[in-house]
Design a protein around this ligand. Structure first.
Ligand code: GLY
Ligand code: MN
Ligand code: MN
Length: 437
């Protein structure tokens, strides 16, 4: 759990950084699924990172030096009737007492109050383009202030995206954040093992998805961190497969990319195993290449190495493997330079992981790859995908899609794999699956 003191520390760092500016961070809107049915609500990650406030219709404002309080939260007021229908609200008192706001106002009054908070501030820190309806309101407040310029009101002259400030903080995970991510990883590992233990030819992909969801929720998660990918055979070659509605075939591989969200932090794990519990020779040969590529990439995760070192290591091992198996012909270094591996490996080896599955944070600083630092968390997820009909490729390789993905935290001395609770060697996976009924 993130303590109130940690949320306060984050806000203090920003209050210091923005000087005599003002920062506005709205939470995400409620989204309609169809008719009057809404999607389950999920806070905006930046907003939640700074407030810990879980309700919709809320806006955080940071006003350094403001006499009546520097941290202002606009939120819904208490309302007995609405709460009877839709559940409790913190209300203005709760915003102050439970969430540490210095001052709280009804969100319905924001149009009246916000221009005054922006008055005579040199810079406005607001991320334009993320919530379009809110963008229009912010512009409305700016224009309202411009209309008062003749009465001596100063309008913020500089508009700054606070993304960089907040995202540089989010990129380095605190001890409390790492504990939550480790817990999300552990429960997601259990879900993957449960999927291996129930998988049988003839089952449907969504039945495996049901097991994942059940395990996630049994472990304390309220939602997957992203839609689970459960792809058998050729569907494992579709990177963003999401239909999950095919029947699993004897002899095919099953690729599962699924992770739970816990306290708004994501896990992101992929395992690829045989539907019938035994890898065929071609499946095993390619699997071992991906596994070796992943090991080489993880080995590169340590402070001082840069973001792209793991990817470079993975590409080298994958390319060597493809040459060894006769899927590519030529000199390895030349094949890497010409990206000859791309028909089989078309994505990058990972991404930052945190409150968002593809988490925030720059990958390059100016023109150079970012150096890895303790507290960063990233995925390492090489793969090989051979679709049926791939030109010049023998049929025995067709419909093999393999990815192996783990979540890795950079430590002072190297790295720690958060998701090593789910097997990934051929022998271990076959052993787990041999215990099936
Ligand atoms: N599950 C999304 C990804 O692996 O990037
Ligand atoms: Mn990933
Ligand atoms: Mn994934």
């Amino acid at each position: 759990m993130i303590q109130a003191s940690e949320f306060a520390r984050r806000r203090r760092a920003l209050l210091k950084a923005i000087g005599d500016g003002v920062m506005i961070v709205p939470t995400g809107p409620v989204r309609r699924r169809n008719s009057d049915v809404e999607y389950p609500y999920r806070s905006d990650s930046d907003f939640y990172y700074l407030s810990g406030f879980p309700e919709p219709e809320a806006v955080l404002v940071l006003c350094p030096g403001r006499a009546h309080g520097q941290y202002i939260l606009f939120c819904r007021e208490r309302d007995a009737e609405k709460e009877a229908w839709n559940g409790d609200r913190a209300g203005l008192e709760g915003a102050v007492e439970r969430y540490g706001a210095d001052d709280a106002f009804p969100v319905t009054d924001i149009d009246d109050i916000m221009p005054g908070l922006m008055e005579n501030r040199s810079k406005l820190y607001y991320s334009m383009g993320r919530h379009s309806e809110f963008d229009r309101r912010v512009l409305g407040w700016v224009n309202q202030l411009r209309g008062q310029a003749r009465s001596g009101v100063h309008v913020p002259g500089e508009f700054v995206d606070p993304g960089h400030l907040i995202h540089d903080m989010r990129l380095i995970k605190s001890a409390a954040e790492r504990r939550i991510m480790a817990a999300a990883a552990r429960l997601s590992c259990k879900a993957h093992i449960a999927a291996m233990e129930i998988c049988q030819p003839g089952m449907w992909e969504y039945q495996i998805e049901a097991q994942l969801l059940s395990s996630f929720m049994a472990g304390g998660s309220r939602s997957p961190a992203y839609p689970s990918i459960v792809g058998g055979g050729q569907n494992g070659c579709v990177l963003h497969y999401g239909s999950n509605n095919a029947q699993l075939q004897d002899g095919d591989l099953l690729l599962i990319d699924a992770g739970a969200e816990l306290e708004n932090y994501a896990a992101d794990i992929t395992r690829t195993f045989p539907v019938n519990g035994h890898y065929s020779d071609p499946q095993k040969a390619l699997y071992e290449v991906v596994l070796a590529a992943q090991a080489a990439a993880i080995e590169q995760v340590r402070p001082g190495n840069h973001w792209n070192n793991p990817h470079e290591a993975a590409v080298r091992v994958l390319t060597e493997g493809l040459v060894d198996l006769g899927l590519l012909q030529g000199e390895v270094s030349e094949l890497i330079e010409t990206e000859a591996y791309r028909p089989f490996y078309m994505h990058r080896t990972g991404h930052w992981l945190g409150m968002d599955v593809h988490d925030v944070g720059d990958y390059k600083i100016d023109d150079a790859w970012r150096l890895l630092e303790p507290g960063m968390v990233l995925t390492v997820e090489p793969g090989l995908y051979i679709r049926a009909g791939t030109g010049g490729v023998d049929e025995r390789w067709w419909n093999i899609g393999i990815r192996i993905e783990d979540d890795v935290v950079v430590t002072k001395t190297g790295h720690k794999v958060l998701t090593d609770g789910v097997p990934k060697s051929v022998a271990e996976i076959e052993r787990v699956m041999s215990g099936r009924p």
